[in-house]
Design a protein around this ligand. Structure first.
Ligand code: GDP
Length: 358
């Protein structure tokens, strides 16, 4: 499923952040009948376009897209050797689509650091090393088997070459995600390697770092191509208790223009390679989650599988064109509404009405 697994060393603020993710009432408000695992937290993807769509269509309600995070039990040094929660940890992480590491940047003498120092890049390396070691173990078992099979089945040559290349990269201490330009990650898919997953880093910081652009740029550069989010997990959970005005005041006091959960939602979406398209009517204005590159029938299938099977065509206007025109009728009159067929590749912000057979 499309979730990011939250990992991190002990005492970095994972539970604090996760509590904020589970208490933000997304589910209660919009999905009253959903049953959700206790270790899953959700956050809405902020989208100002939905408010405008609801205005244009006099929609009763707005349903933003959501991003899910699953809390994965703590990692410790030696996890790849099955120490502590190790094996369970690795099994859980395999289930997640992407890895979201919470990294401590805040200084607080009352909160013990497992290694006795606050050093974000060293913490990142500890986790990376465990994941790299686990992947190396997987490959050590898989490669001899692949070699044997490839002798009989020539079509496996590419998979074998990719596995060997992966082993070489891991041996040099690199995650496969960070090396995606030099290795074909798709041909490794069957091996379920953990470091091929996209990474996202959440730097749990206090005001001194949140307002220090140079420091943030430095950390951002250190983790690229992974996304980096900077927030104060303690403040995020406090924000949920406050009314809008007090929340804004608290954000102002730490030099932030929006809650960190908003940037986390956007980064999570980006890390998972997702985008949204929009539907609008009197009942609701809604954002739907699809992968970048999805075609119109695939997008229709997110609403209902019958929509995909019976897809005929999609009536599409870009949000910007609809916004400028002011009404659907005006957008049509201006020639901005297109009919697209089954090969159409969706764009972020397409406002869509599907035509289908049932
Ligand atoms: P976990 O072990 O990674 O789940 O960490 P916790 O969320 O339990 O946090 C460990 C301790 O650090 C708790 O006492 C939190 O209140 C505190 N903490 C978490 N985030 C922050 C933060 O941003 N700033 C400060 N000063 N303390 C924090």
């Amino acid at each position: 499923s499309l979730t990011l697994g939250i990992v991190g060393l002990p005492n970095v603020g994972k539970s604090t952040l996760f509590n904020a993710l589970t208490r933000n009432d997304v589910l209660a408000a919009n999905y009253p009948f959903a049953t959700i695992e206790p270790n899953v937290g959700m956050v809405e993807l902020p989208d100002s376009r939905l408010g405008r769509l609801a205005e244009i269509h006099s929609s009763e309600k707005i349903l933003p897209a959501t991003v899910s995070f699953v809390d994965i039990a703590g990692i410790v040094k030696g996890a790849s050797e099955g120490e502590g929660m190790g094996n369970q940890f690795l099994a859980n992480i395999r289930e997640a689509e992407a890895i979201c590491q919470v990294v401590r940047v805040f200084a607080d003498d009352d909160v013990v650091h497992v290694d006795g120092r606050v050093d974000p890049l060293a913490d990142i390396e500890v986790i990376e090393t465990e994941l790299i070691l686990a992947d190396m173990q997987t490959l050590e078992k898989a490669i001899p088997r692949l070699e044997k099979d490839a002798r009989k089945d020539k079509s496996l040559a590419d998979s074998l070459a990719a596995a060997q290349k992966a082993q070489e990269l891991l041996n040099s201490g690199k995650t496969l995600f960070s090396q995606q330009n030099s290795i074909d990650l798709a041909s490794l898919r069957d091996l379920h390697l953990m470091t091929t997953k996209p990474f996202l880093y959440v730097f749990n910081a206090d005001e001194s770092v949140l307002t220090d652009d140079a420091k943030k740029d430095e950390l951002r550069a250190a983790v690229a191509p992974a996304d980096a989010v900077f927030l104060d997990a303690k403040v995020e959970s406090e924000l949920l208790e406050l009314d809008a005005e007090d929340a804004q005041e608290l954000l102002d006091s730490i030099g932030q223009t929006e809650p960190g959960l908003h940037s986390l939602a956007r980064a999570g979406f980006h890390t998972l390679g997702l985008q949204t398209y929009l539907t609008a009517g009197p009942k609701e204005s809604r954002a739907w989650t699809i992968h970048k590159g999805d075609t119109a029938p695939k997008a229709a299938g997110v609403i209902h599988t019958d929509f995909e099977k019976g897809f005929i065509k999609a009536e599409i206007v870009s949000f910007d064109d609809l916004d400028a025109a002011g009404t659907m009728a005006a957008a049509k009159a201006a020639g901005k509404v297109r009919m697209e067929g089954k090969d159409y590749v969706m764009h972020d912000g397409d406002v869509v009405e599907f035509r289908f057979n049932v």
